[in-house]
Design a binder for this molecule. Structure first.
Ligand code: NCD
Ligand code: ZN
Length: 364
């Protein structure tokens, strides 16, 4: 299937010339690919855009061991569209009983690229997460020693904390102490949503980095209620006030090497979103690069796009930069509003909207 067919088939080439931007092939440092029919349905969108992806381990049951990660990796490779060279980078779901030796062995054998720290209950399928981060010290010390990054879902889990304050409270109560305890640990603060977290990343440059999603660059918390409740825009961490969205746009487009792509594309069936209790997650995987490049264009920062999309993340992880190029084209397109999964579907973030930028050719 061609990229044009996959993304909805309305990318007819506009007459005349259009601006293009060719960059080194980019990576997605935070992606939920799920499993089974959902994996098969959503993977082509990520694989069409990104050369590598850091795959989140929050399956049911979670990916906590080397054998499970290797098997999941094989399922992802088998689900790739024909001809795709997409490379999944696996992560270990940390729990209260994660063994430092398992972490080290999986990292040295090239199974794990990183480990994911979910505070217990913080988000979708996080109930096996860590109940007391201080008790994780032996695991984190080992990771520090071997140079393995920890990827943190940074939200407080106390239900009494206001949902819009959960990231801020976590940063104060958990992240700063963690960074003090483990001065040599590489920490990725995933899906940064506040201006204060941007500052925290900058204050720990070199050992802390932040991923930024496409949706947090586009929506604020008011968008969740625009004309009525918008379940497909609900994710965790939940979008914050406009001043935070503006700070994220500045951070992403600033050229600061501590920030990079992490789409947090998190598909849920429409029936799980349009439900009495809506699951958290935005499926941004089909419109991710189109959205990021639009934001860089609007901010007058296209010169910084390649670093954010294809260099900063690899450098932070200590991985080689990709070969080959991807071209983005400033010509309007519309991506399908939804993607079929069996008899159901998943609603696409910005699906059906006219987007000013399209995906172009991938080489190499
Ligand atoms: C993610 C999911 O659905 O797995 N949901 C989300 O809202 N981002 C989990 C996560 O990354 O928090
Ligand atoms: Zn996520």
């Amino acid at each position: 299937m061609s990229v044009t067919e996959l993304f909805g088939g309305t990318q007819a080439r506009a007459a005349g010339s259009f601006e293009t931007l060719t960059i080194r092939r980019p990576d997605d440092w935070h992606v939920h690919l799920r499993d089974g029919a959902m994996l098969k349905a959503v993977l082509p969108f990520t694989a069409a855009q990104f050369r590598r992806g850091i795959v989140m381990p929050n399956l049911v049951p979670p990916v906590t061991g080397i054998a499970a990660a290797s098997a999941y990796r094989e399922r992802i490779l088998a689900a790739r569209p024909e001809g795709s060279d997409f490379t999944p980078l696996m992560t270990c779901y940390l729990t209260d009983i994660t063994a430092p030796d398992e972490i080290e062995r999986g990292f040295r054998d090239g199974v794990w690229a990183a480990a994911k720290l979910y505070p217990a209950g913080a988000t979708t399928n996080a109930h096996y997460g860590v109940t007391d981060i201080a008790k994780l010290a032996p695991v984190l010390e080992r990771m520090e020693r071997i140079g393995m990054p920890v990827l943190v879902h940074g939200e407080a889990t106390d239900p009494a904390v206001d949902i819009f304050d959960r990231e801020a409270v976590f940063m104060e109560q958990e992240m700063l102490p963690l960074l003090r305890r483990h001065q040599g640990l590489k920490v990725v603060i995933e899906h940064v949503t506040t201006a204060e977290t941007v500052d925290l990343v900058r204050a720990h440059a070199g050992r802390a980095a932040g991923t930024i999603t496409p949706h947090h660059l586009i929506i604020n918390r008011t968008s969740l209620f625009q004309g009525g409740l918008r379940p497909h825009l609900y994710c965790l961490p939940v979008a914050k006030r406009e001043r935070h969205r503006l700070a994220l746009r500045k951070a992403a487009t600033s050229g600061d090497g501590n920030f990079f792509i992490g789409t947090d594309t998190a598909p849920h069936l429409r029936s799980a979103k349009q439900a009495e209790c809506c699951s958290a997650g935005v499926f941004g995987g089909a419109t991710a690069l189109q959205t990021y490049v639009q934001v860089f264009d609007e901010e007058g920062a296209l010169a910084h796009f390649e670093a954010f999309a294809a260099e900063n993340g690899a450098r932070f992880y200590g991985l080689p930069l990709n070969e080959g190029t991807l071209t983005l084209e400033k010509r309007p397109c519309r991506v399908s509003p939804a993607v079929a999964v069996g008899d159901e579907d998943v609603v696409v973030f910005r699906g059906g909207e006219e987007l000013p930028w399209s995906l172009g050719e991938v080489r190499g």
